[in-house]
Every structure is written in C-alpha cells, then in structure tokens.
Design a protein around this ligand. Structure first.
Ligand code: DOR
Ligand code: ZN
Length: 395
C-alpha cells in the first residue's frame, strides 16, 4: 500500500507495507506501494486528554479535540472523566461513549472517575462498564482538589487499590498545596514527591504528568507519564504566558525541565494532558494547557535536531502507552497491528500558530515554537488527514 522509510523494530528501514482489513499484513523490501515523502512512524497514542464536551462545549468537544489529535499525528486518545457532569456512573459513561461514537475523528477510550460519592459502588460500576467497553483505567484520581468530592484520601486509595483495574493518579499531596490559591507558586514540588512516595507504599499505580526528577526517580512499582510542558516550559515562561500560565502540576524551574528533557530516555510515557480552557477562563485562574495537536510535532522536530532519539520518541508516544494500557492493536508498525501511521516530512518545519490549530480553546503555550506536523495520517489503513472523516471507533 505504501513504501518508504519506515520506523520498524527500533530503526528506519526502506520497505513497503501491505494492509488488509485495516491491519498490517506484510512488511518487506519487496512489498510494493505508493512511495511516501517523509518518515513513516507509528501514529501516536495520547493517554491523557480532557475533551470536555457535555456542559463545557465552549472549551472543547470530542469532535474538536479529536480533530486536533488527528492533525497532531495521534490515532488513539484516553479521555479523562472530570467533565461536567462527571463520568462517575455507568449511565454517564455510556452516554459519553455514544457521543464519541458519533463524533470522534480518532479512536477513543475513556477513564472512569473515582469520587467520594461513587467509591462504595466502584466495583459494580467497573463491572457494568466492562460488559460493553474496554475501560483503560480509573482516573485521573485527585488527591487534592478544590472540590472535596474529588479529593481522595490515601485510606480510600488503599481500599480501592485491591480492585482489578488500573488506577491513574494526579499525584499532588494536599498538605503541600495552599488551598484556595490557584497561583502555581503555591503548589510545591513536595506535593508531587510526597504523593508518589505515599502511593508507592500502597500499591501499583499509574502516575499522571510527573513534573520533577525526584518524583520520577521514586516510581518503582508503578508506571508514569510526563506532559510536554514540563519538559519544554518552565517558570522562565511566566512573563511570556502571564494569565495563561496556570497548570497543575505547575511549571517548574528551568533546571527541572532541562533534567526531564535530558533524561527523556528514562521517561515511560509522553502524554499531553490536553486541558483546554478559553482565554476568558484562564484569566480567572483555570489551570491547564492544550497539547494534543502539538506534542508529537514538537517532539519530531526535537528528534530531527537530535535533541532526543526517534527510538525514544516512538517508545514514549506509541509503544509504551500501548503496552501500559493494553492497547494491543496499537503502538507499533508490526504485522497484525492496526495500520496506523503518521508520516512526517522532516524538511517541512513550521512555526506553531494557534490560528491553525483545531482546539476550540484558541490558544497554545507553544506559539512560535518550531514543529513538524504530519503530512499524512493513516487510521486502520485509511488516509484521514487530507479530508478528515469521523471514522474513529469508541471502544
Ligand atoms: O492543569 C490541569 N488541568 N491539571 C489537571 O489535573 C486537570 C486539568 C483540567 O481538567 O483542566
Ligand atoms: Zn489531566
């Protein structure tokens, strides 16, 4: 079907790919196909997005968020349940999946929330959802939240850790977060480090968006992801971003961000924590950055510049997310897997411009950053970038 420079088994090889029924049938030098301009990488998986929708359509919808993902080379997302209303019951879960089935451009999965209201019935809810859907995880579970309904104690976590389902944790310990103060300076590094330490004592968790070397080095049993902004941005961006700067966990010092980027090979998963808010909402303190469309393109540019390796990039954005969450059809260009490819022409470097992005929030913290956007995206064998279709599956 296509022929070119494929990232296959950890290195680039000139070969063709044959596809049948959306899956890769054969890979080889003798397999014929249309010659592709650029490198052929596995399409990315973003295990942490907030596509809002429901009562927050002005910030993002599953339709706009997934279109943004598609243009960023992402073929599969894991949406987070802190929506309005929150996804804390099977009925809301089903309603959101039905909405996704109608509106998603890329493949879509959804986490279930854990709150102080649903904790007593969490097993039951998980079982009910699993009869119909894959359910990647319970999470992101908040240890600290301005809304106490979402603030889960270590005791509760101990109780639910026995459940046979992955739990993903927003690791910030409330003892180190000055409550009621949205300013990022009041969310200390200790909040994250302590939360990881305490959770590691309890069980095997997946930690969302770790932002410090100390926390990363304390994960022994569990798995973790980092968000692009904690590698690419720092408190040094405070003056540039001004009222847009709030994000949880907050931006750290330049040294912390540099350590994460220099040690990119030690990171397990790169996930955007795409958390769109309108500029008006940012002005009143809403925390979060959009990122689903810019993550892969910025990191492809960094790999082009040899600041990271392509092998590490593919591992963090495709291979490891698939392995960690059990997305067995995704994550690699390999016989039997879905034919999901992102094709990047490394000569085509662009400066990021928020007007060209597809998120409804209409801004990016990476304005003017250099990036290589995909020029083609294959989703189960179909090219979907030229004239996007809402052909994603919600599972
Ligand atoms: O900055 C953040 N925004 N951090 C989170 O954990 C939640 C997210 C959101 O939903 O806006
Ligand atoms: Zn999040």
């Amino acid at each position: 079907m296509i022929y070119g420079k494929i990232f296959y088994k950890g290195e680039f090889t000139e070969a063709g790919i044959e596809v049948e029924n959306g899956r890769i049938k054969k890979i080889g030098k003798l397999v014929k196909g249309k010659k592709v301009d650029g490198i052929i990488l596995p399409a990315g998986i973003d295990v942490h997005v907030h596509f809002r929708d429901f009562e927050e359509k002005r910030k993002e919808t599953i339709e706009s968020g997934s279109l943004s993902a598609l243009h960023g080379g992402i073929c599969l997302v894991v949406d987070q349940p802190n929506t309005k209303p929150v996804v804390d019951r099977a009925e809301v879960y089903f309603r959101r999946m039905e909405l996704a089935e109608k509106s998603t451009y890329v493949d879509y999965t959804l986490n279930l929330a854990l709150t102080n209201k649903n904790v007593d019935k969490i097993n039951e809810i998980v079982e009910k959802i699993r009869e119909k859907y894959f359910l990647p995880a319970i999470g992101e579970v908040f240890l600290q939240n301005y809304n106490k309904e979402f603030e889960i104690s270590y005791e509760t976590l101990t109780m639910v850790s026995k459940i046979n389902k992955k739990i993903t944790i927003h690791a910030e310990d409330p003892r180190f977060v000055e409550s009621g103060n949205p300013n990022f300076l009041f969310r200390k590094k200790e909040a994250e480090i302590t939360a990881v330490e305490e959770c590691e004592k309890i069980g095997e968790f997946h930690f969302c968006h770790l932002s410090t070397r100390e926390a990363v080095e304390r994960v022994k049993r569990g798995s973790f992801e980092v968000a692009p902004h904690h590698l690419l941005l720092s408190t040094g961006d405070y003056n540039r971003l001004r009222e847009l700067v709030n994000v949880n966990p907050p931006l750290r010092q330049k040294d912390d961000a540099d350590w994460l980027l220099r040690n990119f090979s030690k990171i397990q998963i790169l996930a955007s924590d795409h958390a769109p808010h309108t500029i008006e909402d940012k002005k009143t303190g809403s925390a979060g950055f959009p990122g689903v469309e810019t993550t892969y393109p910025i990191f492809v540019y960094l790999a082009k510049r040899s600041l990271i390796s392509f092998n590490d990039l593919v591992e963090k954005i495709a291979v490891n997310p698939a392995k960690t969450f059990g997305f067995n059809d995704y994550g690699e260009i390999e016989v039997g897997k879905f034919a999901n490819f992102a094709i990047f022409d490394l000569r085509d470097v662009k400066k990021i411009n928020s007007d060209k992005l597809h998120s409804l929030c209409n801004w990016t913290p990476y304005e003017g950053f250099k990036a290589v956007f995909p020029n083609q995206l294959y989703l189960r064998g179909e090219e979907v970038l030229e004239s996007p279709l809402r052909s994603g599956i919600a599972f």
